[in-house]
Design a protein around this ligand. Structure first.
Ligand SMILES: Nc1nc2c(ncn2[C@@H]2O[C@H](COP(=O)(O)OP(=O)(O)OP(=O)(O)O)[C@@H](O)[C@H]2O)c(=O)[nH]1
Ligand SMILES: [Mg+2]
Ligand SMILES: [Zn+2]
Length: 392
């Protein structure tokens, strides 16, 4: 989805919550912590600093300076080149490709190095560090120690399932988040797409939906019937890519979409995220696992996120399957702003603050009744609104 509701996007209510959360962290961790969104004034400042660095002679390889505050795809090339460079002086920079307890693996040039986390950061590592993060680290002899997490361009995050007040960043500095679905085993669940779209838009990346296991459908009619379930999202301008990791169908298109970009694959367990990755890059050998016979759901084969480098400048962060996808610190009132397709109809609502749920003379509901707006989208909106109200 290329058009993001950027201007209309309500200021992240997380600003306060995140502030409180940060206060709880130890001082050292606070030093390391960087807010993740470019429209935060503080982050914009860091972006400006970063720009200054990129513009220094000998850096950025003659590419154009980036404008501060620009998002994912605009800055991607410049920052990504810098990721894999080793800086001079006492510090080097690199990108986190995997995280384990007390340490992370950092790609720096052609080397992947294990970096120890300072103890106070290690205590909060789930809250502050994510795969895709760019970090500065120091080298002492043969050991490397993480010093700082650099400003994030984008994130994909959700609430911690065990402690919904805390944000869990699924991936950082991604250009595109690919929500993987499968047409069968497990069955297509379009209702999840709306939630992903909101989280992706909030984090600043582009979005696409990959519909895997097309080989399990027998004929054209069945294929069309399944894909029709995603028609409302195609109408939003979202890229929908039918594919099959098994037969290779659609993988060229996916490859083209991902070229020179950093992507994260997200979705339920068993939909084939790791299989698609392996099919895009034979020889990679990411772990895959059969779905359970009885329920047709996955077995959570991928247990931790990892970043893989593929041909054509593609980077993919493969993630563990997610059961439920919550929306972090989104209020009911902010929700409608993420339904861009409601906008023209909402202009006809009698009340300016119409919630499009029960109000008389609601332009959105009238459009659904007239068949001008997808009923599935409105239902998704009502469902998400109800879940936000109940604190799910
Ligand atoms: N028929 C068919 N099976 C597929 C396809 N892609 C993946 N599978 C199978 O689906 C099962 C799950 O695939 P994975 O790649 O492990 O799924 P995942 O999304 O990475 O799952 P988690 O790591 O648990 O989140 C495996 O048995 C794969 O062989 C496909 O295109 N067609
Ligand atoms: Mg997997
Ligand atoms: Zn309304």
């Amino acid at each position: 989805m290329r058009k993001r509701p950027r201007r209309r996007r309500p200021k992240r209510s997380g600003a306060n919550g995140a502030g409180q959360r940060r206060q709880k962290l130890s001082r050292r961790v606070r030093e390391l912590y960087r807010p993740d969104l470019a429209d935060d004034p503080e982050a914009a400042e860091w972006h400006a600093e970063l720009e200054g660095e990129l513009a220094r002679p000998g850096r950025g390889r003659g590419r154009q300076k980036t404008r501060s505050g620009e998002r994912a795809s605009d800055e991607a090339g410049v920052l990504d080149e810098r990721d894999d460079e080793q800086a001079t002086g006492s510090e080097s920079t690199g990108r986190v490709i995997a995280i384990s307890s007390g340490s992370c693996r950092v790609q720096c040039g052609e080397e992947a190095l294990d970096c120890v986390l300072p103890s106070d950061l290690a205590r909060n590592q789930r809250a502050v560090l994510a795969v895709g993060d760019r970090v500065a680290f120091a080298t002492h002899g043969a050991s490397h120690r993480l010093r700082r997490i650099l400003p994030r361009r984008t994130v994909l995050s959700r609430p911690d399932p065990r402690n919904p007040r805390d944000e869990r960043v699924i991936a950082a500095n991604i250009d595109i988040a690919v929500h993987v679905e499968s047409v069968a085993q497990p069955p297509l669940r379009p209702a999840l797409v709306d939630r992903y779209l909101i989280a992706i838009a909030r984090g600043g990346a582009d979005a696409a939906v990959c519909v895997n296991k097309m080989d399990l459908l027998s004929g054209t009619e069945e294929r069309l019937r399944e894909l029709a379930k995603l028609a409302p999202y195609r109408a939003l301008g979202l890229s929908i890519l039918p594919c099959s990791a098994k037969t290779g169908e659609g993988l060229d298109d996916l490859h083209k979409l991902l070229a020179k970009r950093t992507a994260v694959f997200v979705g339920h367990s068993g939909v084939g995220k790791s299989s698609i990755l392996n099919a895009l890059a034979p020889g990679l050998d990411a772990d895959t696992g059969a779905v359970t016979r009885r329920s047709g759901t996955g077995r959570h084969t991928t247990t931790r996120s990892s970043l893989y480098r593929l041909e054509d400048g593609i980077r993919v962060i493969d993630t563990p399957g997610i059961r439920e996808f919550g929306l972090w610190q989104l209020t009911e009132d902010e929700l409608a702003a993420y339904f861009a397709d409601f906008e023209e109809h909402a202009a006809r609502c009698r009340f300016r603050d119409c919630a499009h749920t029960h109000e008389p003379d609601c332009g959105v509901r009238a459009a659904v009744e007239a068949g001008e707006l997808s009923a599935a989208r409105h239902e998704a909106y009502l469902r998400i609104r109800a879940s936000l109200a109940s604190g799910d």
